[in-house]
Write a protein that binds this ligand. Structure first.
Ligand SMILES: [Zn+2]
Length: 64
């Protein structure tokens, strides 16, 4: 008996088994879509309130 989860991207039922390598997503495409959406969302968050409290590790320096 395998548990069934819904793909967060397309809501399709996905069997929670080792064979479902992209679980909880139904496919690599849905996984990438969700990851892309998450990254876009993160980048879109205005961080003006935090001022200069940036994380240098996530933004490697590449100035001239
Ligand atoms: Zn899906």
């Amino acid at each position: 008996m395998a548990a069934i989860v819904k793909c967060p991207t397309c809501q399709r039922p996905v069997e929670w088994v080792p064979e479902s390598v992209y679980r909880p997503f139904c496919s690599e495409r849905c996984r990438l879509i969700d990851l892309g959406a998450w990254l876009t969302e993160k980048h879109a968050i205005p961080d003006a309130a935090a001022g200069s409290d940036e994380d240098p590790a996530s933004d490697p320096p590449h100035e001239p």
